[in-house]
Design a protein around this ligand. Structure first.
Ligand code: NDP
Length: 295
């Protein structure tokens, strides 16, 4: 293996420590940031995420407000809760855990969140602000990708960046952030012709596809930086009956032979997501009170 492995666990922990330090400063001025997380239904993965988010929020010195609604909660009940959280002075950030049960329209719920408290950055106002170069709450996973990329290249300006995936929650905001960093950005997707050739152009390749190990070593430009957002659970026959493991969208072992730097899965982008959520909650708490956001 020739590539440097980018340590998301260490960088996530360092960012959380910086946020905790800033929160200590705010609390000394009588401000304790608060994050409300809304979980609807019993999705096991979502329950684990929400539990982790609450634990990390408290660790960072913030208040955590968990709201669990049953899977059959009506849209009106959820919207009513969001409105109450919008009005609650103790709440600086609101996160509605996705996916929502099928009878709930996620766009309607996300639209109901006050953009000033939209710490997931999914509200169209924040997406629009990001796209037009204004200060915004930026989606957490994309922000984590850019922080990791900048840990390898402090300036990304002029780099040829290829983002594979165009979802509203990962691909598009990553592309916007890289454009804001003055990369030359290509967004690839399922209709892209000759994806391997497009990927081989990239100095910075971001994979956000959701297909296990789809991006092969031969698709990577020698020396490129590879940020793998994918989290895919696949069978792990080597570990015994019915065991599974997590892999990314990039074939790690092959890619690490060619790339200059690469994020692993797990331990790459994943840990940055919660750290960026805490960072966004700090930003929202400061912005709402017209205080400077500590770096
Ligand atoms: P989506 O399913 O919403 O989007 C996937 C994108 O990949 C689409 O734009 C799709 O193209 C594109 N795509 C699918 N198949 C191909 C293909 N064969 N060739 C080229 N492009 C393809 O996924 P998300 O953006 O929500 O998530 C992507 C991955 O990131 C998932 O593995 C998810 O688990 C992970 N993730 C990780 C997070 C973390 O914290 N680390 C947070 C969020 C997501 P098209 O638009 O044409 O259909």
């Amino acid at each position: 293996m020739s590539a440097t492995v980018v340590d998301g666990n260490a960088q996530g922990a360092a960012l959380r420590a910086r946020v905790a330090e800033a929160v200590r400063g705010l609390r000394a001025r009588g401000v304790t940031p608060g994050l409300a997380v809304v979980l609807v239904g019993e999705d096991p993965a979502s329950r684990v995420y929400v539990k982790n988010k609450s634990a990390r929020t408290v660790e960072a010195g913030m208040r955590s407000f968990d709201h669990k609604l049953p899977a059959d909660a009506s849209e009106a009940e959820i919207l009513d809760l969001v409105r109450r959280l919008n009005a609650d002075e103790a709440v600086d950030g609101i996160l509605v855990q996705l996916p929502l049960p099928p009878h709930i329209a996620p766009a309607k719920v996300l639209l109901a969140i006050d953009p000033a408290k939209d710490v997931d950055g999914f509200h169209p106002v924040n997406a629009g602000r990001l796209a037009t170069g204004q200060k915004a709450l930026v989606p957490c996973t994309p922000l984590g990708c850019v922080i990791l990329a900048k840990s390898v290249h402090p300036s990304l300006a002029g780099m040829e960046a290829v983002v594979v995936g165009r979802s509203n929650i990962v691909g598009k905001p990553v592309a916007q952030l890289l454009l804001a960093e003055s990369c030359t950005v290509t967004i690839a997707h399922s209709r892209t012709r000759d994806l391997p050739a497009v990927c081989r152009r990239a100095d910075l390749l971001v994979a956000a596809v959701g297909r296990p190990e789809m991006i092969r070593g031969g698709w990577i430009k020698p020396g490129a930086t590879v940020i793998d957002v994918g989290i895919n659970r696949v069978p792990n026959p080597a570990a015994g009956d019915g065991k599974t493991k997590l892999v990314g969208d990039v074939a790690f072992a092959e890619a690490a032979e060619v790339a200059g730097a690469i994020t692993p899965v797990p331990g790459g982008v994943g840990p940055m997501t919660i750290a960026c959520l805490l960072r966004n909650t700090l930003q929202a708490a400061c912005d709402r009170r017209s205080l400077p956001v500590p770096e």
